[in-house]
Design a protein around this ligand. Sequence first.
Ligand code: HEC
Length: 185
Amino acid sequence: MRWQIIVSIFSVFMLFSCNSKIDSKKYSEIQKKGNEISNIAQTILLSNVGKAIKKGGPEYAVEFCNLQASSITENLGVDNNCKISRVSAKNRNSENMLSGEVEKSLWEIFENSNVNDTVIQHNKKLIFYKPIIIGAPACLMCHGNSESEISSATFEKIQKLYPNDLATGYKMSDFRGLWKIEFEL
Ligand code: HEC
C-alpha cells in the first residue's frame, strides 16, 4: 500500500515539476494561509448550517451548505486575494466537480493516504488542497443514506435543487471532498 502512495505522490510531483518548483518558504506560507482560510470557511459554513437546521430542520437548511450562501466567505476570499471553493468526485453541485486530470490524480492520492494537505503550482496559480471529512453526524442528514438517514422532505428538496446529485450514501469519517484555495502567483 505504502509504495503505491509514494509512486502516486511522485507521479503528481513529476506533473508539476515541469513548470517550476515552489520554493519551500513559499510552500509553507501558502500551506499556512490555506489552512487558516479553510478553517475559518469551515467554521462559518458549519455555524450557518447548524443555525438553519435549528431554525427550520434539514430541509430548510439545504440552501446553507453553499459557500456563496455567506457573504463572509466571499469577504474572506477578497481580503486574502484568493478564490475559495470545494470540489468532490461525488459532487452535489455541478460547479464542484473535479476539474482536469491533475485534480483527479490528486483526489486518488488523498483517497488512498493520510496526507493532511498539499500545495501545487498550476497555470500561474498556487493551489492549496485539504480533505473534508464527514466529521459530524449532522452531515448525514443531507449526505447519508437516502432511505434511512435523509428525511423524505430533505431528499425531495435536494433532488429538486440538484437533479444530478452524487453526494449521498456517506458514513461517518468518509472522505467527502477537498477545500481548494487558489492564489495567483
Ligand atoms: C442541510 C443539508 C446539509 C448538511 C447538514 C450538510 N450538507 Fe454538505 N452539502 C449540502 C448541499 C445542498 C450542498 C451543495 C452546495 C452547493 O450548492 O455548493 C453540499 C455540498 C457539500 C460539499 C461540496 C461538494 C459538493 O458535493 O457539491 C461538501 C464538501 C460538503 N457538502 C460536506 C459536508 C459536510 C462535511 C457536512 C457536515 C459537517 C455537510 N456537508 C453537511 C447539504 C448539506
